[in-house]
Design a protein around this ligand. Structure first.
Ligand SMILES: Cc1cc2nc3c(=O)[nH]c(=O)nc-3n(C[C@H](O)[C@H](O)[C@H](O)COP(=O)(O)OP(=O)(O)OC[C@H]3O[C@@H](n4cnc5c(N)ncnc54)[C@H](O)[C@@H]3O)c2cc1C
Length: 418
């Protein structure tokens, strides 16, 4: 059984290891000069590879996420931990987020590469596959010539995060095999907003709650908001971005409401504000604002509310101060776009899961398997996308090798021993 895997990212490497462990003869074909390049950029170079707080229904989106729990039950977070520990990689958990102990993504890549080497997986780099064809065997065409294999795994990822992706991508290859692909849109990315005041807010990082309004639905996240000269960013915004992406593509109106003081319950807010006004009586309103909020935010909000910098906290200004803080708790902004795919961490959309069986084999193209980000599955920030790459890579690799002679012999041996 000769298996060709197109793409040596997280999912392709895992697929190669799973298939080679089953006894298949595996070749990894990678378009870049180096394997696992994107892996090195993950988690700001620290590689957040999975998460102990895991719920497939909550953490993943796509058109058919009901099927995900089946794959995660075969190879989930526990199996990922055991897998890397068996390769000698020491992991740590930061509030559930799993990283290599060294906090270096290179350590994850090294451990995968070591196992690929041990299993004698052939690696061909600088080898972009431009065409795929199924005759008796699969034929893959590249600048380095044509390769033929019994089975193929497409693990090409997406162009998310890539400044200049080389065409064709894996979706073009999937298209050559007649597979249905949902439109690819940016996810885990920043949102661009119309308001001019963002220019003055660039560089601010603060706790906030963001309510994203799409038609009559509201999606909420709380966390560290990053303000840029064009809009909003940071993990809570990334988590919401796929909903904005989908709605904008659908020509729907998208807006967001920012609460810069999310930890103060609405019920006790009034009393707290009254107390603060008493403390700051006779002092500049700006000072009172800066006791709770970043200075740039205070200046911008004061401008929006028509309060001059030198105005003081006094009984006559009480209503305007309340209005100022009301704006701080519910600043409405209009979202007109997401950042493009090249500035996103993942893409949403991809090859429809309905094209695949439970082994991630293409139903209409026997012998063809797919895994990783190419599929119509996108996870939240927090290690969920790499977990999907490992889960799907393992599933596809193991299944593709299922027909290998050695695997058959092993199964047979086990059956006869039993
Ligand atoms: C900046 C950034 C940070 C991220 N941080 C995290 C994180 O901390 N945690 C997390 O879970 N996820 C993170 N992600 C997402 C995660 O990296 C991806 O979901 C994951 O790498 C997908 O794995 P993959 O194997 O499907 O695709 P990739 O890792 O993209 O690998 C695909 C490979 O296929 C190759 N290829 C493509 N087309 C061809 C072709 N035609 N011929 C040959 N080779 C081809 C590509 O060169 C590439 O090496 C991050 C993403 C980015 C961009």
């Amino acid at each position: 059984m000769q298996i060709g895997i197109v793409g040596a990212g997280a999912s392709g490497m895992m697929a190669a290891i799973a298939a080679a462990r089953e006894g298949a003869e595996v070749t990894l074909l990678e378009g870049c000069r180096q394997i696992g390049k994107k892996l090195l950029a993950t988690g700001n170079g620290r590689c957040n590879l999975s998460n102990l707080d895991f719920d497939a229904n909550r953490d993943y989106r796509g058109h058919d996420t009901g099927r995900l729990s089946g794959w995660f039950s075969r190879f989930g977070v526990r199996e990922t931990i055991s897998f890397f520990e068996s390769l000698g990689l020491v992991l740590i958990d930061k509030n559930g987020y799993l990283y290599p102990r060294s906090l270096q993504a290179a350590a994850v890549l090294d451990s995968l590469q070591g196992e690929l080497f041990r299993l004698k997986v052939r690696q061909i780099t600088d080898c972009r596959i431009v065409h795929i064809q199924k005759k008796k065997r699969f034929l893959l065409t590249s600048g380095q010539g044509t390769f033929s294999f019994d089975r193929i795994i497409l693990a090409c990822g997406s162009s998310a995060g890539l400044a200049r992706p080389d065409p064709p991508d894996g979706f073009a290859l999937a298209g050559q095999m007649g597979l249905l692909t949902y439109p690819l849109l940016p996810a885990l990315t920043a949102l661009r907003c119309r308001e001019r005041f963002f220019g003055a807010l660039a560089g601010v990082r603060c706790q906030a709650r963001i309510d994203l309004h799409v038609s009559d639905r509201v999606y909420s996240e709380t966390g560290e908001l990053q303000l840029t000269d064009y809009g909003i960013s940071g993990i809570p915004v990334f988590q919401l971005s796929r909903f904005a992406s989908e709605a904008i593509a659908d020509k729907q109106t998208v807006s967001a409401v920012l609460d810069f003081l999310p930890e103060y319950p609405k019920e006790t807010w009034d009393a707290f504000l009254t107390k603060q006004m008493r403390v700051f009586l006779g002092k500049p309103i700006r000072l009172m604002g800066c006791s709770m909020l970043p200075a740039k935010v205070v200046t911008t909000l004061m401008k929006l509310c028509g309060i001059r910098q030198e105005e003081l906290v006094c009984p006559q200004n009480q209503e305007r101060i309340r209005q100022l803080f009301q704006t701080a708790r519910a600043l409405g902004v209009t979202v007109y776009a997401t950042n493009p795919l090249r500035q996103s961490q993942v893409c949403m959309g991809g090859v429809a899961l309905s094209e695949l069986d439970d082994d991630l084999g293409a139903i209409r193209v026997p012998g063809l398997y797919l895994c990783g980000e190419m599929l119509d599955v996108d996870g939240r920030c927090g290690g969920y996308n790499l977990q999907w790459a490992f889960t799907s890579g393992y599933t596809a690799g193991r299944a593709a090798a299922g027909g290998s002679k050695k695997a058959e012999r092993n199964d047979y041996d086990q059956n006869t021993t039993a």
